[in-house]
Unconditional design. Structure first.
Length: 104
């Protein structure tokens, strides 16, 4: 993916907790190929946005469209939360109702 915008507004001070992952800030977009055993392969365009509001987390949104038709495919949103021990908790809610909580 390529970074297509600058980081979040300089008017909002960045919380020190997000400094280690601040390289994510901005809007990213790219093209990809997908496939599953039960369906035909497909091409898509994906946009990801990482932003901050001065709080100790980064807000995340993702949207995917079919490359040829522009038809929406998938969307999700959530938060990336750095923890004091250096790990990162990622909480994501998908438009299908699935919620994921990951820590790494």
């Amino acid at each position: 993916m390529e970074d297509v915008t600058a980081t979040a507004s300089p008017d909002i001070p960045m919380h020190p907790a997000i400094a280690p992952i601040s390289y994510l800030l901005g809007t990213w977009k790219g093209q990809g190929e997908g496939g599953f055993p039960t369906i035909n392969s497909f091409s898509y365009v994906e946009h990801l946005n990482f932003s901050h509001s001065g709080k100790p987390f980064i807000a995340y949104t993702q949207k995917t469209w079919k490359l040829n038709s522009g038809e929406p495919m998938h969307a999700e949103s959530g938060f990336w939360r750095p923890k004091p021990d250096g790990s990162i908790e990622v909480v994501i809610s998908q438009s299908t109702g699935l919620v994921e909580v990951q820590s790494f």
